[in-house]
Design a protein around this ligand. Structure first.
Ligand SMILES: NC(=O)c1ccc[n+]([C@@H]2O[C@H](COP(=O)([O-])OP(=O)(O)OC[C@H]3O[C@@H](n4cnc5c(N)ncnc54)[C@H](O)[C@@H]3O)[C@@H](O)[C@H]2O)c1
Length: 350
């Protein structure tokens, strides 16, 4: 298939592109290259003749329309987004722009192009969303029927996009699919997110910040398993459907931080328990959701997908990868691009 991937220089998009090329698909990657992009994640496939890259903003309708006409994709995956909850607290504007207006632009340009081309058969638009749109769940797990109750500017922007995608399908018959996944982890994630931050801080022997009491529960999905789920959805997902994707791996943030610390100690030959000593409880994130969990029965039954990598194995692979990136982590920490606290309101910073 011909796959147009937006946000393909980001964490999940780059994993999706590497896997898609390995499966024989052709890929056009459109990415604005924000601070979160890492073109190095695509260096290994940059010379592949089935891969092309365009630096562009999904809010630029003219460029999106031109790209659709020239590339004629069978599938569009939208992964372009502002993604860090803490940044959305400090500056929601960029999230509203890319995550809502950008999705509107993509929906409109794709719909117009399909009408022009007169060939809607088989095309699918796949919107990559998050379990955070469902808010917090005290027990049990979210599924496709769970009500939307977003609590952060980030999750509200993603929920808004999902509503637009749903409306474009219901109103215009636009062949769209939504996927809602849990927290991804794995190589190439920008070190402002939880797991790479822990490894970076532990490696540099700096305080490891844990928000609030650390008892918030998250489900963890290995990024390659997510990429597998997205390609299955592209192959045989049904237009108008939503699929929840989760890793069957829920853990409190504090337990996860301790596990990652212990792995770092083990890999670096440090005394057992040394990195745990660096854990420091800090002010909680405003509006912090207490618990997420995902029931992925629908995609398992419909498309035969299940998470293949368990949390233990995934964490070993992830920690080993980050420990090999010391130079990059030090550079990001040194020039202030990663490692500092974001998302606290002014009065709490004082
Ligand atoms: N990482 C997770 O745990 C997670 C969980 C659930 C859902 N998601 C969703 O998956 C998608 C990908 O997440 P990620 O973790 O890979 O994000 P990321 O922050 O690593 O990458 C986002 C990419 O989008 C690009 N981008 C941002 N704004 C753009 C714009 N206006 N035009 C074009 N490109 C733009 C960036 O340059 C970057 O390469 C997002 O939609 C996110 O909401 C992520």
């Amino acid at each position: 298939m011909r796959l147009l991937v937006t946000g393909g220089a980001g964490f999940i998009g780059s994993a999706l592109i590497r896997r898609a090329l390995a499966q024989g698909h052709s890929v056009l990657n459109i990415d604005k290259l924000t601070y979160a992009a890492n073109p190095d994640s695509l260096a290994a496939i940059a010379g592949d003749e089935r891969y092309s890259f365009l630096q562009a903003d999904i809010c630029d309708g003219a460029t999106m329309a031109e790209s659709l006409r020239a590339f004629r994709p069978d599938r569009v995956f939208n992964l372009a987004a502002e993604t860090h909850v803490d940044r959305s607290i400090d500056d929601p504007q960029a999230f509203i722009r890319t995550n809502i207006n950008g999705v509107h632009t993509l929906l409109d340009t794709c719909r117009t192009w399909l009408q022009e081309a007169g060939d809607e058969d088989g095309f699918r638009f796949i919107q990559i969303s998050t379990d955070e749109v469902y808010g917090s769940i005290a027990s049990g797990a979210f599924n496709e029927a769970s009500p939307y109750q977003p609590n952060s500017p980030y999750s509200a922007s993603k929920a808004s996009a999902d509503m637009l995608v749903r409306a474009w399908h219901r109103t215009y018959g636009f062949p769209a699919i939504i996927t809602n996944c849990s927290n991804n982890y794995g190589p190439w994630q920008f070190p402002e997110k939880f797991i790479p931050t822990i490894v970076m801080k532990a490696l540099r022997e700096e305080a490891i910040p844990i928000y609030g009491d650390g008892q918030q529960v998250r489900d963890w999905l290995f990024v390659d398993d997510h990429a597998d789920a997205l390609l299955r959805v592209a192959n045989s997902g049904e237009a108008g459907e939503t699929y929840c994707v989760g890793g069957d791996a829920t853990m409190t943030n504090l337990d996860l931080a301790r596990t990652v610390c212990d792995l770092v100690d083990d890999r670096l030959g440090r005394e057992a328990g040394a990195s745990r000593q660096l854990i420091e409880m800090v002010a909680d994130r405003p509006g912090h959701d207490q618990r997420y969990a995902i029931d992925h029965a629908k995609i398992t039954e419909a498309l035969g997908w299940h998470p293949a990598c368990d949390l233990k194995e995934g964490l070993v692979r992830t920690v080993d990868w980050y420990l090999g990136q010391g130079e990059w982590l030090n550079r990001l920490a040194a020039d202030g691009r990663a490692g500092s606290r974001l998302g606290l309101m002014q009065e709490e910073r004082k």
